[in-house]
Design a protein around this ligand. Structure first.
Ligand SMILES: Cc1cc2nc3c(=O)[nH]c(=O)nc-3n(C[C@H](O)[C@H](O)[C@H](O)COP(=O)(O)OP(=O)(O)OC[C@H]3O[C@@H](n4cnc5c(N)ncnc54)[C@H](O)[C@@H]3O)c2cc1C
Length: 306
């Protein structure tokens, strides 16, 4: 097993991890920012509408923002490493193990692993043709087809509205009769003649034929029924990627890392920044702001304050 020593190891290269890398470079801390994927940017690769709420930038597409972060990190000496999946942390020795077998020894760890989308965990969900990743990106593929959207929040209804411009019908299926979505999405969805909303119903099975999705079996108020669907989009929330620290640091009931005002977890010198620690404000400015806080605190702890 090869060993590498750095002041800081950052795990994840979404906005939080890349901002942490930029701050490490700016403050003279040696570091590695390890990203398990083959590209940097995290959820920025899933945003297909312009970002219009990042303070100071009126409007930017997510690829442009990701490229700006990557370019800035590289220009100031940030060390972003793709295809570097972190599989374990030892909180006592402050070591980080990569799937490749490399062991990183460090003085501080910054968990910036973000969140992942919840799935239905039903057979066929990954294999069947017709499972959508994004309404905004794939809407045209659903022209004149029947689409099911599972979820009851903003993302479910915003996507239902986008898809109804192309699909012949959109069925929104939600497990409760109460919706988290804001009225700005709910109200137009209720008025849209192509959108049908089924409350208090749970999807039990994905029915496929020749490898393609054909219908969903749904358990609702009136019992079991089948809903014809050529496409399915699941928007039932997200899960924090906090498993790496779950055995030694405190997580909240939903699995988010619990942090203090310094962005430090309950494990000493292990920090968590961005969505993985932000159940209330999972945004890009939160992520980059927390990264700045964590790295400034780390520099102070390492006695490098000028
Ligand atoms: C459709 C959509 C629209 C959005 N719109 C906006 C908006 O308008 N404004 C706004 O401010 N925010 C928006 N957001 C939210 C914003 O994208 C997130 O808040 C932000 O990306 C969080 O950054 P992060 O770095 O904390 O996490 P992420 O972006 O989730 O990045 C985490 C990274 O960690 C990596 N990783 C995970 N586990 C490991 C591991 N074990 N080893 C190595 N790497 C690992 C992942 O591969 C990923 O690249 C939107 C999100 C979505 C999905």
């Amino acid at each position: 097993m090869s060993k590498v020593e750095k002041d800081v190891v950052i795990i994840g290269c979404g906005p939080a991890g890349m901002a942490a890398s930029i701050w490490c470079a700016d403050l003279g801390l040696s570091h590695i920012a390890a990203e398990k994927g083959s590209a940097f940017g995290g959820q920025l690769s899933k945003i297909f509408q312009p970002i219009t709420n990042y303070p100071g930038i009126a409007s930017i597409d997510s690829r442009g923002l990701a490229d700006a972060l990557i370019g800035q990190a590289e220009a100031v000496g940030g060390d972003l490493r793709a295809k570097s999946d972190v599989i374990a942390i030892d909180p006592n020795r402050l070591t980080v193990e990569l799937a490749s077998g490399v062991q990183l020894t460090t003085k501080a760890i910054v968990l910036a692993t973000g969140v992942r989308r919840c799935r239905l965990d039903l057979a066929g969900e990954t294999e069947l043709e017709g499972i959508l990743e994004s309404g905004a990106k794939q809407a045209a593929e659903t022209a004149n087809a029947r689409v099911a959207v599972v979820g009851g929040g903003d993302a479910a209804f915003e996507n239902a509205l986008i898809l109804s411009k192309f699909a012949s019908e959109v069925t929104v299926i939600h497990h409760s009769s109460r919706f988290r979505a804001r009225e700005q999405f709910l109200e137009p969805a209720r008025r849209d003649p192509k959108i049908r909303i089924i409350e208090s119903a749970v999807v039990r099975e994905l029915v496929g034929h020749n490898g393609k999705l054909k219908a969903l079996t749904v358990d609702g108020r009136d019992g079991i029924m089948q809903i014809a669907a050529d496409f399915l989009l699941v928007r039932t929330g997200v899960v924090p990627n906090a498993e790496l620290i779950a055995s030694f640091a405190k997580l909240d009931p939903k699995g988010y890392a619990v942090i203090d005002a310094n962005c430090e977890t309950t494990a000493e010198m292990i920090f968590a920044v961005g969505d993985v620690a932000s159940p209330l404000a999972p945004t890009i400015p939160t992520a980059v702001g927390q990264a700045a806080t964590a790295i400034k605190v780390i520099r102070q702890r390492l006695g490098r304050e000028v």
